[in-house]
Ligand binder design. Sequence first.
Ligand code: PLP
Ligand code: ZN
Length: 405
Amino acid sequence: MSISRSRVTHLSCPRCGRDHDHRLPQNLCPCGSPLLVEYDLDGLSGQASRGSIASGPPNMWRYADLLPVADPARAVSLGEGLTPLLPAGELGRSIGLPGLMVKDEGPNPTGTFKARGASCGVTMAVQLGIRKVALPTAGNAGGAWACYGAAAGLDVLVAIPADAPVVNRLECELYGADVRLVDGLISDAGTLVAQEVERHGWFDVSTLKEPYRIEGKKTLGFEIAEQLGWRMPDAIVYPAGGGVGIIGIWRAVQQLRAIGWMQGDGPRLIVTQAQGCAPIVEAFEHGWEESRPWPDARTFAHGLRVPKALGDFLVLRAIRETGGTAIAVSDQEIARAMVDLGRSGISACPEGAATLAAASRLRERGDLNEDDRVVLINTGTSLKYPNAMARALAPDGVGEPAPPI
Ligand SMILES: *Cc1c(COP(=O)(O)O)cnc(C)c1O
Ligand SMILES: [Zn+2]
């Protein structure tokens, strides 16, 4: 299959600097680092225009010129992206940030921003002739890949810890994935995937182990720019698990700057994590280049329960290079923020709600100013989290979770 129409030149390793061939399926660099997708941006700046974006499709594939797909007509799309950027001035004023906005990812297919990564990842798997993909999940990634895989006619194997939320297992089954329940942690599910890859030729699409999820999530950054008239906000607050989304937004900012589409300064990139699992915050505070594995990771914001992310060093670079920061918030603050967002008409998952709790603390601490325009990334809908909703509504925010649905 031809990939001549994409502007991808190669894949690069941000750790050892080695280049890799984008025309072949690739996983990690032999040095263990995730790979980044590189484009001929000089060629692009002469040809594409911001005006042509506006007349593109009403989904994330409107940015096809800056995505790896060879033929945009063959993108595996279910309408992901171009989600609302909601003004939240009233809520913002209550925490001293009248310029607050929420990028609401709940309307995406499968209810979270994982749809962006899966749409791009599945599109590229098809383009590269891959027929079967496998990944471990303890949350929303499995459902997104199972759904897009089903739409593209791929076989999808999902390994899930037996104690993962029931709703995440059921959605994978609904989309027809080969679901393997693992009696153990997400790392044990990862081991099962590695065995299946080794023995039965599945292609490994675990978080950051293939290069194209980042590219899908990158569109979040393009959209924020477009929705604000190609001027970035002062800060973007992101709830980091594996950090794919924040690495993507960082790439988007770099690329928009390279092609001259962004007015003014780039945004400060701010990461929040839960106090019960905050390896990136710890590394940021200590000035480390990468994080240390977080022992006994705990939080009801499941998407943030990543004890050691493969791309942690990239997340830390993104924060430091943009003058951002990192902050941990408690489960109780997250629960409170879920309710506050709800009362403002925004259905927030716990991970998304963490960004409001973080913004509030950063304002108190003086890291955010009253006139800052701040975008919170609400990564998904509350509807996939019945237990978290029940917990947030308990009087002290730490009440007994409802029985699993
Ligand atoms: C996966 C997930 C996250 C974390 O995303 P990363 O890209 O792994 O940092 C945050 N929120 C939700 C709802 C998720 O599903
Ligand atoms: Zn390398």
